[in-house]
Design a protein. Sequence first.
Length: 144
Amino acid sequence: MNYTAKSHRAFLLLQVVLVIIFLTTGWAHLWIWILGLPLLIFLSLSIFINYSFKIKEGNLTYNVYLFNKSVYQKEVVKSNIKKVTFKRVGWKTKSAVIKLERGFPIRVSLFTSITIFEDLLVFCEENTIQVKKTKDYLRLEKMT
């Protein structure tokens, strides 16, 4: 299964507008430009970030794209996964954190498909990977 997600573009656009307003005010000093210009560039580039997550038979693939060019790719085999923790993020948003034996954890949230968490749970059960569900996540499961 292939899943995609996009960055919070409305929130990032609001931040870009606020930084531009802050930089163009008359009382801006040199240190504000030194800090504000890199922040403006970073926020502008962050608008074009997309994420991809694939669940295959024995591995998971996580990609980060900038302008549809792959910037970061992580392919994880089932033997490298220590455990998967299902959590609640915000009021009604589900999330999963894939903890690895070696490397940084992978956070899976805000993807377009609702079935991503069920598919990830099936992947964990098929490959005998430890699963932990928080109390808040269990409440969200009961609500849906």
